[in-house]
Design a binder for this molecule. Structure first.
Ligand code: FES
Ligand code: FES
Length: 174
């Protein structure tokens, strides 16, 4: 007698780039698949199947994660930010600006993941030296640039972020 195959599904509610989505997903669906295939967030890329390249990096509750290593159901009740949610009011995020200004990309495939990881990095290390940047980006591979300009961009974004924090504090004290 043939047995009916049932596909288990689960309902999840996730905030992605400041919008709330409720969707029914299979438990095996990866977060990166959910973002790309369900929500059309194709700025988050897939560059490997070994958790190696970092092209799929997003933020989960403000911390960088590789979205190919998580199931969508694990994001239930959490906030995800992708590269597409960084710019605010038509203004690029300081890390995006720095990557642009320092020419920190060639083909651009690694760039969304690099930027997401770098934002997390400078939160922990507001004034990183070269070694700290290289260390913090070791889970993100770039096959084009040789990393030199990426390091320069991260340090530049760290500098502008420190400066804007100082000016905000000064404005608050005035
Ligand atoms: S796609 Fe390569 S680490 Fe996620
Ligand atoms: S710019 Fe091509 S992989 Fe990094």
């Amino acid at each position: 007698m043939a047995t009916a195959q049932s596909t288990r599904t689960t309902s999840i509610t996730v905030e992605v780039d400041d919008m709330t989505y409720t969707d029914v997903v299979e438990p095996r669906m990866l977060l990166v698949q959910y973002l790309r295939e369900r929500l059309g967030k194709t700025g988050t890329l897939v560059g490997c199947d070994t958790t190696n390249c970092g092209a799929c990096t997003v933020h989960l509750d403000g911390q960088s994660v590789k979205s190919c290593t998580m199931f969508a159901v694990q994001a239930d009740g959490h906030a995800v930010t992708t590269i597409e949610g960084l710019a605010q009011g038509g203004e690029l995020h300081p890390m995006q600006k720095a990557f642009h200004e320092k020419h920190a990309l060639q083909c651009g495939f690694c760039t969304p993941g690099m930027i997401m990881q770098s934002i997390d990095l400078i939160k922990e290390h507001p004034d990183p030296d070269e070694h700290t940047v290289r260390d913090g980006l070791e889970g993100n591979l770039c096959r084009c640039t040789g990393y030199q300009n990426i390091v320069a961009a991260v340090q530049e974004a760290a500098r502008t972020t420190r400066e804007s924090a100082v000016s905000t504090t000064e404005e608050g004290a005035a």
